[in-house]
Design a protein around this ligand. Structure first.
Ligand code: FAD
Length: 464
């Protein structure tokens, strides 16, 4: 039997910000690890964008070698406690697990989390790579590389370059590192202490972190080259909110998901007045969207004591959010208003939201994404009784660098154009993560960070 990760009961967790999933006990973890068939061709490894040796670390857990299991994971993944919590394993390593044929794949994510949490709670931090970079003076040790953006792409790139001996400076525009991990994903899915601890590990490898440094403003890419950096990795993410373009979006109490989550997570508005950032909400909140971001917004608003409705224009089947998160939101009692498209946000005389006019939809033929297209049903308009609207329909690439950097080519959708080595149109400037792919996943951003390291290494050694 596949071991399930225990959770806080839905009736309790909907009132607090503590972590929902509680993690495996040693007994559960070893039982789950013992189910692994240790396949020779290891399809799970091929399913992992950073190619962790999954069977090897699982065997170490089975043998009660937790520290060694983590070291095995860290050969490929610098953020195991994060990935164990938020990676969509069901679409990656677990979907190709041989046991998935019987519908009982190994719970790889929970085992990864187990190994990482053991280290974090026992502080048995692996210093192998650190000593490598300090003791051996490789040919790279005098070469400076700049990494811009400290999300999963930038953190991975910085950590792997430091392990190879490069002098890495990581520039982050916010006051805290972590990107979406720190400002977007809520505390109850990814406790911020976990992110801080994993960033500390990366700093311990020798990475010099400079926060409050907005590249493109504080320094340009040209300034960085003039400062002696031989190559630059740009991992600035997709943090520009998308709106619906319907009347009423500038009313008070209409939020983008980004603003809402940044206030709640990064600025800790949920602990007001202990933390001073306000979050003005009414009593009834509509969250528009069906992805992970929409689920996070809805579940944060619920925990703030609001009456929340999730509004989505297709059906639950087409929702892009992780199944687990959809189920969690439903278990917590959030109603889904499906096949519903907002057409206008209604305001009162003071400029505050007083309702959301919607039209009923039905599913038509599949569109280019393969999902059935939602089609409006004529004369089916109705008004949802809400006083706050959060728009969570997607994010676009951050536009600053492309606007201020001559010669940096971007694609039509605003992503930075890169070649097969992740080099941009500017020599020595590489890019990866959401800024090149558009909004995607933590692990794909990490995969891009790793790929860029190989290209940067070749580039600075004159072998592009
Ligand atoms: P980001 O994480 O966006 O990091 C970019 C960093 O660059 C930020 O810290 C930003 O402040 C900084 N920056 C921007 N411009 C500059 C500049 N000019 N100078 C210096 N620094 C700059 N993925 C999953 O796999 N699982 C999930 O459960 C999941 N849930 C999500 C929930 C939410 C609410 C959101 C928004 C996304 C979620 N994702 C999830 C997607 C995932 O978080 C992203 O794909 C991933 O973080 C992208 O990493 P990145 O490093 O490319 O960019």
């Amino acid at each position: 039997m596949r071991q399930k990760i225990p959770q806080q009961p839905a009736s309790e967790r909907r009132k607090n910000f503590s972590e929902v999933a509680l993690g495996f006990s040693q007994e559960d973890a070893e039982k789950e690890a013992a189910r692994c068939l240790q396949c020779k061709n290891s399809p799970c490894v091929k399913g992992c964008p950073v190619e962790i040796d999954i069977p090897a670390f699982i065997k170490l857990i089975k043998d009660s070698k937790r520290k060694e299991a983590l070291e095995k994971i860290k050969e490929k993944n610098n953020l195991p406690a994060v990935c164990g919590r938020v990676c969509p394993q069901e679409d990656q390593c677990e979907v190709v697990c041989v046991l998935n044929k019987k519908g009982i794949p190994i719970n790889i994510g929970a085992l990864e989390r187990y190994a990482a949490d053991y280290e974090l709670s026992h502080k048995t931090q692996d210093t192998r790579h650190r000593s490598k970079t300090r003791d051996v003076k490789p040919e790279t040790c005098d070469i400076k590389v700049a990494v811009v953006g400290s999300g999963p792409a930038g953190l991975t790139c910085a950590a792997d370059l430091a392990k190879m001996g490069y002098q890495v400076t990581l520039f982050e525009s916010l006051h805290l590192p972590g990107g979406v991990l720190i400002y977007g994903i809520p505390e109850f899915r990814l406790p911020k202490q976990i992110v801080h601890d994993e960033v500390e590990y990366i700093k311990s490898l020798g990475v010099d972190l400079k926060t409050d440094a907005l590249i493109g403003n504080t320094y340009s890419l040209k300034d960085l080259f003039e400062e002696g950096f031989k190559a630059i990795f740009v991992g600035v993410g997709a943090g520009l909110p998308q709106f619906l373009g319907i009347p009423g979006e500038n009313l008070d109490r209409v939020y983008s998901a980004n603003e809402f989550l940044t206030r709640a997570n990064l600025m800790k508005a949920y602990k007001f007045p202990e933390y001073t950032t306000p979050l003005s909400l009414g009593k009834k909140v509509a969250v528009i969207g069906g992805g992970n971001v929409a689920m996070d917004c809805a579940r944060v608003a619920l925990r703030l004591g609001k009456d929340v409705t999730l509004v989505y224009r297709r059906t639950e089947n087409e929702m892009p959010a992780r199944k687990e998160e959809v189920q969690n939101a439903k278990d917590e009692g959030i109603p889904f208003k499906i096949l519903t498209q907002p057409v206008k946000i209604l305001g009162d005389e003071k400029g505050f939201v007083k309702g959301l006019e919607c039209i009923q939809m039905e599913l038509g033929q599949p569109d280019e994404s393969g999902r059935r297209r939602p089609v409006p049903i004529k004369n089916s308009n109705f008004v949802l009784d809400v006083d706050t609207v959060i728009v969570a329909i997607g994010q676009n690439p951050n536009p600053l660098l492309r606007k201020v950097t001559p010669g940096l080519r971007t694609n039509e959708d605003g992503t930075i154009a890169v070649d097969e080595n992740l080099m941009t149109t500017l020599p020595g400037v590489f890019a990866g993560g959401d800024i090149t792919s558009g909004a995607a996943t933590v692990i794909s951003a990490m995969g891009a960070g790793k790929k860029a390291v190989r290209s940067i290494d070749r580039y600075v050694k004159g072998n592009p």
